[in-house]
Structures are given as structure tokens and as C-alpha cells.
Design a protein around this ligand. Structure first.
Ligand code: MN
Length: 228
């Protein structure tokens, strides 16, 4: 087959301890998955109805790369999140089936144009321009699940210019990973290569040009980068 112009490259991430790369198909995100963050946003958590949105695969930025300050905003916010990487797929799964989709884990930033999000919320518009912009998803190298130890007290942390901005534990999540994947699989057919951002703890705030960030999923993944 010949294309009209060169086909876009497949987005991918490095894998810890492997020469292979993880090819990215889709990026799903859950909103309001930590009660304290929902409160700081003036929102409430609806335990029965997780809220999802998406980012394009080519919004992913690898560890160590510069992140250009996005156009059309004066309020770029960080949201540090555990990222789950899927090795298999399926639809309409129960918790037990959904848990088996997980290939590995990483840590990422769900970068957000908070001013555009506030405007979208006020007008009941979709969140795409606030969430799905270019370079909006820095993600660490991924680590295989069998090499990852995750517990309820495993910490998620974000430092900006050496200052601790966000800190939470996986046990603080409203919906755990099997819950998230089961609910998503009732809305979309999931597939190998999908990444899921699992929500952010409290402490979201602004990033400015020149800021250096260091995100960590304790014992599993680290992500460094700079806003330019
Ligand atoms: Mn988020």
C-alpha cells in the first residue's frame, strides 16, 4: 500500500530493562479519582460513575524530554498520576478479567490547560482543548508488572524545582485499577498498547517556563523533564 504522504510514526515508550519499546495505541484518563483533589477542584466524587476523557497517543512525551509551554493558555497545571499500560485487551470485563489486562506501570503528568478547562466546565463543553493538546502527557519508562511492587501505601510524588508539590498514596484512589479497567471496558474495547492515567492526588498547581519537574511512583518509575 502507498500513502499520500508518509504515515505518522507509532508513538512508543521505553521499557525498563528491555531493548523493546512499548507501542502506544490510545491514552485514557480518569477524572476525580482522589477525593481531596476533587474537593480542591470544587467537585464531588461520584463513586458509581467514574468520569473518563482521552488524550491522543502522540501527546505522550518521553522521560527527559523538554515540554514546550502550550499555546492558548496562561494556566498550565501539573497532575501527577500512576500510568497503567495494557498488554491485552477486551470489552465488558469484570474486575477479575480486567486486572489481567495490565502489562506494567509508569508515572506521568496529565498536563492541563486549567483556564480552558474552567471555561469548558462553565459552558458544559467537552474537555478536549483543556486536556488533549500537544505534549500534554509526559510519561516515564514503563516497568513490567512482575517487576513492580505496588501497595496501598505506595507513594506518588511530584517535585517542581526541588519543592514537593503533590503527594498521595495508591490507597487514596476512589476507584482502584481493576475498577477503572472494568468500567472503561464497558465503554471502549481495550487493546494492547493502551495507557490509562489513573487520577491525581491533591496539590495541583501551575507550571512555568523553566520549571523542572521530577515525578515518582515509589520504587517503580521516575520521570524528569523541563517546561521550555
Ligand atoms: Mn488527571
Amino acid at each position: 500500500m502507498s500513502y499520500l504522504f508518509p504515515a505518522p510514526a507509532v508513538a512508543s515508550l521505553p521499557i525498563v530493562g528491555s531493548p523493546l519499546r512499548f507501542p502506544i495505541r490510545r491514552v485514557f484518563c480518569i477524572g476525580r479519582n482522589y477525593a481531596e483533589h476533587a474537593r480542591e477542584m470544587g467537585a464531588t466524587v461520584d463513586k458509581s460513575a467514574p468520569m473518563f476523557f482521552c488524550k491522543p497517543a502522540d501527546a505522550v512525551v518521553a522521560d527527559g524530554a523538554d515540554v514546550p509551554y502550550p499555546q492558548a493558555t496562561d494556566e498550565l497545571h501539573h497532575e501527577v498520576e500512576m500510568v497503567v499500560a495494557l498488554g491485552t485487551g477486551g470489552r465488558d470485563l469484570d474486575r477479575q478479567q480486567a486486572a489481567r489486562l495490565v502489562w506494567g506501570y509508569g508515572v506521568g503528568l496529565d498536563l492541563t490547560r486549567r483556564d480552558l478547562q474552567a471555561q469548558a466546565k462553565a459552558k458544559s463543553h467537552p474537555w478536549d482543548t483543556a486536556k488533549a493538546f500537544d505534549h500534554s502527557a509526559p510519561v516515564s519508562a514503563l516497568r513490567a508488572a512482575e517487576q513492580s511492587t505496588l501497595r496501598a501505601d505506595t507513594e506518588l510524588r511530584l517535585h517542581v524545582n526541588g519543592e514537593l508539590r503533590q503527594r498521595g498514596t495508591l490507597g487514596d484512589m476512589v476507584h482502584d485499577v481493576p475498577d477503572i479497567l472494568a468500567a472503561l471496558s464497558g465503554l471502549f474495547e481495550l487493546a494492547p498498547g493502551d495507557l490509562i492515567f489513573t487520577g491525581t492526588p491533591a496539590g495541583v498547581s501551575a507550571l512555568r517556563r523553566g520549571d523542572r519537574f521530577h515525578a515518582e511512583l515509589q520504587g517503580v518509575a521516575e520521570l524528569d523533564g523541563r517546561i521550555v
